[in-house]
Ligand binder design. Structure first.
Ligand code: DX5
Ligand code: ZN
Length: 218
């Protein structure tokens, strides 16, 4: 079953409680944390994740676009994140391993994320201990960018690695997802779809979420 994870990056940050209630028919809430260093944009941090936690029971999927993420794992776990994604490009392998260990200690689900430039094989050293791999289908940093078709290849390759080494691992995609691209990424092997502008930019959010599910079903 494909999961839909609306990204609150495209929501109205002044009305987050209401914006969360508008995505009730989705599965997860995706929160984009950006530090202005790993990506050229700044968004929200630990206090906002904590507030979101107090307003929803949905799975809180926190995408950390920050340098040396091990520094903040505990804080985001304590704020109520259910799942944390760290970018493989954000630290040396020892730092990534440390971040995953901290997630384990804190009892949160563990994911690594790949920028479009990063090869699928980069997940291999971590794959057996992961709950999810996140393949970016745009350059991280901003919502509303066009889907990068060439990432379909990376998604298929990651799917093959997951099937071989850790079949329980989920495969999430993020960036430029709409009902048309949803179909392509699911055919390539994705099973969790992040969508920002195609959900919050739609006149009817419930319809937009249903359209993503239909697109995913092919
Ligand atoms: C981009 C973020 C995405 C973003 C997706 O760096 O990671 O989660 O919100 O937005 P859309 O769906 O508009 O591409
Ligand atoms: Zn994201």
């Amino acid at each position: 079953m494909v999961k839909i994870a609306p990204s609150i990056l495209s929501a109205d940050f002044c009305n987050l409680a209401q914006e969360l209630s508008r995505i009730r028919t989705a599965d997860w809430v995706h929160v984009d944390v950006m530090d202005g260093a790993f990506v050229p944009n700044l968004t929200v941090g630990v206090p906002v994740v904590k507030s979101i936690r107090s307003h929803t029971d949905m799975v809180l999927d926190v995408h950390l676009m920050i340098d040396k993420p091990a520094r903040y794992i505990k804080a985001f776990a304590q704020a109520g994140a259910d799942l944390l994604s760290v970018h493989l490009e954000a630290d040396h392998p020892t730092g990534i391993t440390r971040a995953l260990e901290l997630m384990e200690e804190c009892g949160v689900r563990k994911a690594v994320a790949l920028r479009p430039i990063t090869a699928a094989q980069a997940v291999l050293p971590y794959l057996e201990r992961l709950d999810m791999v996140l393949v970016m289908t745009v350059e991280p940093g901003f919502g509303g960018q066009p889907f990068l078709e060439r990432q379909l290849d990376t998604i298929s390759q990651v799917r093959r690695l997951i099937d071989q080494y850790n079949p329980a691992c989920q495969l999430e995609v993020d960036g430029g997802i709409n009902p048309v691209t949803a179909r392509k990424v699911v055919q390539a092997g994705a099973n969790v779809l992040v969508a920002g502008s195609s959900v919050y930019g739609a006149p009817d959010i419930e319809l937009a979420i249903a359209a993503l599910r239909e697109g995913a079903a092919g």
